[in-house]
Write a protein that binds this ligand. Sequence first.
Ligand code: F6R
Length: 607
Amino acid sequence: MCGIVAYIGPKDATAFLLEGLQRLEYRGYDSAGVAVAAKGGLKVCKVKGRVADLAAAVPARFKGTTGIGHTRWATHGVPSDANAHPHTDVAERIAVVHNGIIENADQLRALLAADGVVFTSETDTEVLAHLVAAHSGEGVELEDAVRGALGQVVGTYGIAVLDSQQPDRIVVARNGSPIVLGLGEKEMFVASDVAALVRYTRQVVHLEDGELATVRADGFRTFTEDARTVTRQPSTVDWEVASYDTAGYQHYLLKEIHEQPAAVERTLSGRLDERFATAHLGGLNLDARELREIRRVKILGCGSAYYAGEMGAQLIEELARIPAHSEPASEFRYRNPVIEADTLYVAVSQSGETYDTLAAVQEIKRKGGRVLGVVNTVGSAIARECDGGIYLHAGPEISVASTKAFTSTVIAFALLALHFGRIHDLSPADGRRIVAGLKALPDQIREILEQEKEIAELAAAYADNAGMMFIGRTRGYPVAREGAQKLKEISYVHAEAYPASELKHGPLALISPELPTVALVPDDELLDKNLTTLGEIKARSGRILAVAHRTPEAKLIDHCLLVPKSEPELDPLLLNIPLQLLAYYAAVALGRDVDKPRNLAKSVTVE
Ligand code: F6R
């Protein structure tokens, strides 16, 4: 959420800043800005709108070799030129870009205003610029001024600070919002996400919370808020540069949908044990004896991560026969949850940065609970906070709407459930059945993706409605929820998900030809019940698009998308794939900005 970039070196900073911001635009895209140090002063350009609008607004003579940039997702104040970052002090000496939230901004504003500071924006960030300026006395090093300012601040931040009078450095700091340094040849890069850096360097240093760094063209120094130097060794970014491009697809989202077979293969890689019909999960940090003592599993995540957790809970209950439940982390953290010693808590997050999920993990740990992470981003805040976990290895997910990380999360839960199950009472035969089912999934996903053209046509036909109903029973219900979520977030078509069994208890009143239903109709023990529900919808003139293993009778449906059959426990994962394409093509048909849906941003790092 929000993106930061910075450059210091021999070259013109603006080119890198603009390109880097474009790479980070998925994290926030309502306004953008850059600042460079030039001839003892600052040049600042910022606009409401996209990075392309900023690039068009930057004057030709906007030159400087030290600069910072930002792309914003508004928290304090509407998207506007004035509220865009960088923010500067009154004398326009200091410029600051910031991700996160300054919680005591109102008090600090009042203090600064009493000292005569006139604010030019509604943001919390502007406070930081004035505070750094207030600490920047004669001969004071920028890093000391920044430390002084941060000493007054309560909140979360990733920041980059530029001082026009000390243009040989940029000072950055991290507390709850990532900052990565990129090491070049006599030049240094900074970003809130490696996506902005990989074209320039693969050598990176991740700052830890509570750390600052002074970044100069020829290197960097990391230190703590109380000025103790800390040593950080660079690491090499694993992913290829191509992983951060659209690779010829019209959108990242479509590319990521198509990457799912490979992502699933990576999530499974090296983890299936055919001999003992189980899964090996090296990072759990729990031995078989400890796992046997677990009586319940509580899964926590937000949005699609929460829905993937619902599928995970079903897998754990079915395969391991351990009660399991998924809850939105954003709710859990506020309800003073009871933490039980024999419950295993599992935090799910693609980004590993979602603030609500991180706060839930911290709440559990504070109360002595044990938390596993199911996380895509290696070394992220949630991954670091957990006691152990499973990395997805799905690869970078750039589109705001989650698809491949969702699928890989469900795979990770299937592995966990298999592992748990085989420690408990899951038979070797059932273990083998699940191992074989998992191995077949990548090809089955490919088979579904081959129906893309047909799904695109159906999506265009169904997109032109005020809303859509998604229904599924038991295993199918989380699929319905995720299908509805995907449709509403990228196409803005209202979508409601209901357990099929609940329809007659109220929402059947909504059914009409104008509100079509997407019905999940797997060939399982509840098939007859689902067919009855289709009949009830049809009797009320509802239109039905079934996603099924076998085409139901023509009188029960209008259209059907067929999905290959897996093992019943794994079927939800495959049933979800056509719904991703349905949402994607509905959004395309409606002319939506698929990768950057309105009002949203990737990685929700605020409360
Ligand atoms: C939906 C979507 C969001 C995220 C949610 C959690 O497509 O992307 O609902 O799933 O914000 O994000 P992570 O998984 O990064 O914690």
